[in-house]
Design a protein around this ligand. Structure first.
Ligand SMILES: NC(=O)c1ccc[n+]([C@@H]2O[C@H](COP(=O)([O-])OP(=O)(O)OC[C@H]3O[C@@H](n4cnc5c(N)ncnc54)[C@H](OP(=O)(O)O)[C@@H]3O)[C@@H](O)[C@H]2O)c1
Length: 338
């Protein structure tokens, strides 16, 4: 089969190669890959900044994959030939509490991912794709959508009428806007671009704050909520900006720590945290059970993932470069042409 392989650090070391098509073990399936989508994680792995010691080996990159089951092991019971499935990043985290360390079992690094004609998945690490989505759309779900869902629904038990703040218009935040507004929440979104603000408004955000023009956006959030603050914040920015989120939070609200685009260390005012009785929740994507539940919700509410651009298999490097430049919506690579 044809496959892209990470052979070292940097996109110049991502090579298109011929590889033996793998054979599924007893509890594994082989899928014909239809499409993959890129996440910040895929870029950071190629840059050498994401768990570099764990990723210091050759593998097929990209974790978010959709494909059709074409072969399966003798002990597979959950799936059948012809099923269209998406990959599940933390392959051993099925439900309940996560294991001690899920990263070594993740796909798209350090284990083979989906940027190849075929891919092996553990039967337990495959999820039926929502029927209302195209291959390209379904490929966007495993990381960005599940991260937003797991934060707001699994941990946050989001209710209609509550208010959610999303930071920026990256992949996770756009899904958070769509999920939260489908569930009847009010959504406030920050962005650096008025143009993107209008786009995110069409997806369900009711209030937009430009965080470049209004650096103290937390004051604006308080004004918009009559001084009460918001019940849920998807924190993708991190750094000392966490203090702004605490200020914008309602009493006993949740801050989901998803990303750290502005820094991994944070100097937090603990008094403001305790006075708000804030709940700070670390997020590491999510488990498979929640993924199944999320897919049902995507079907029920007819949520359509936002795609910026679809590249061909041969254009994989250009797709990575596009991700690095920034996009509105997901960057997808079509692996098997229709
Ligand atoms: N913990 C997890 O399980 C998990 C899962 C997925 C992702 N992540 C992390 O979450 C972060 C976001 O991921 P992603 O895939 O959504 O990334 P992305 O698509 O690359 O998001 C980039 C967007 O973030 C916004 N942004 C950047 N700096 C900002 C700031 N100072 N204030 C507000 N918004 C800002 C910008 O929005 P505008 O252009 O609108 O300004 C930018 O377009 C990354 O750090 C990623 O590693 C974590």
């Amino acid at each position: 089969m044809k496959a892209w392989q990470k052979q070292g650090i940097g996109l110049e070391n991502m090579k298109l190669v011929e590889m033996e098509t793998p054979k599924p073990g007893p509890k594994q399936i082989l899928i014909r890959v239809k499409a993959v989508s890129l996440n910040f994680r895929d870029k950071a792995i190629m840059d050498g900044s994401y768990l570099p010691e764990l990723m210091n080996r050759k593998f097929v990159p990209v974790s978010d994959t959709v494909g059709v089951v074409v072969e399966m092991g003798s002990e597979v019971t959950r799936l059948k030939l012809g099923d269209r499935v998406t990959s599940h990043l933390y392959t051993k985290w099925i439900e309940g509490a996560p294991g001690e360390d899920e990263a070594p079992d993740a796909i798209g690094g350090p284990n083979n991912g989906g940027l190849a004609e075929y891919m092996i998945l553990e039967e337990n690490a495959a999820v039926l794709a929502p029927t209302n989505l195209t291959d390209e759309e379904a490929s966007t779900l495993p990381i960005a959508a599940l991260t937003a869902w797991f934060s707001l629904v699994e941990y946050g038990n989001l209710k209609s009428g509550e208010t959610v703040l999303v930071q920026g218009t990256g992949g996770v935040s756009i899904f958070a806007v769509q999920i939260a507004s489908a569930l009847g929440a009010r959504v406030i979104a920050t962005t650096s671009s008025d143009d993107k603000g209008e786009k995110v408004r069409k997806l369900g955000a009711t209030d937009i704050i430009n965080y470049v023009k209004t650096p103290n956006w937390e004051d604006e959030v308080l004004k918009l909520t009559d001084g009460k603050g918001v019940q849920h914040i998807l924190e993708v920015v991190g750094g000392d900006g966490l203090n702004q989120s605490i200020k914008a939070l309602a009493q006993q609200g949740y801050i989901y720590i998803v990303g750290f685009l502005n820094g991994m260390m944070s100097n937090v005012n603990l008094f403001s945290l305790l006075a708000k009785q804030a709940r700070i929740q670390g997020i590491y994507v999510g488990h498979r059970k929640a993924f199944d539940e999320m897919n049902q919700a995507f079907d029920k509410y007819q949520i359509k993932p936002v795609i910026d651009t679809i590249y061909s298999f041969e254009q994989a490097i250009e797709a990575y470069k596009h991700l690095a430049r920034g996009a509105f919506g997901k960057i997808v690579i079509r692996v098997e042409e229709n």
